[in-house]
Design a protein around this ligand. Structure first.
Ligand SMILES: Cc1cc2nc3c(=O)[nH]c(=O)nc-3n(C[C@H](O)[C@H](O)[C@H](O)COP(=O)(O)O)c2cc1C
Length: 140
């Protein structure tokens, strides 16, 4: 599908797993957040892990450095605690709206951290991410 891009800030690989299933569903590859947002992007999936309650520094730089006006964005994230990613995703949504984005929806799930949430994201999480991707693609 053209016009769909996926970018992720993932230090440990958990959120990257989510990004990979979303990209597969969209028929694209996960982009590099040190690149610019392509002009042709109509639907932008953006994801991050939660680090000290916040999105990754690289993701926030990507949001600050690019123009999101007229673009649909879908935001996803992982965290050890449920509230962690919800707050982090809300911060990304706020920043994106300030940059002119239309936010279509959000998704979050747990990601393993040390001995906590082992095995996550698991098959159920990945299936939910796939459904999220399909829903966002149908809406854009
Ligand atoms: C430095 C650091 C800080 C973290 N801070 C939080 C936090 O504030 N709240 C939370 O729920 N999880 C926190 N976590 C857990 C991660 O958000 C979780 O493991 C997430 O899945 C990491 O995603 P990633 O593997 O894509 O980097 C932290 C993890 C690291 C490494």
């Amino acid at each position: 599908m053209t016009g769909i891009v996926v970018f992720v800030d993932s230090r440990g690989g958990n959120t990257r797993k989510i990004a990979e299933v979303i990209a597969a569903e969209a028929g694209t590859a996960v982009g590099d957040i040190t690149d610019s947002l392509p002009d042709t992007a109509k639907l932008v999936f953006l994801g991050s892990g939660t680090y000290g309650g916040a999105p990754g520094i690289g993701m926030m730089k990507f949001v600050t450095d690019n123009d999101f006006s007229g673009r649909n964005v879908a935001v996803f994230g992982t965290s050890m605690s449920p509230g962690g990613a919800q707050k982090m995703v809300a911060a990304m949504v706020d920043a994106l709206k300030r940059k002119g984005a239309t936010v279509l929806g959000t998704f979050d799930c747990r990601g393993k951290f040390l001995l906590f949430r082992r095995g996550h994201p698991d098959e159920t999480d990945l299936g939910n991410a796939r459904a999220f991707a399909r829903d966002m693609i149908s809406k854009h």
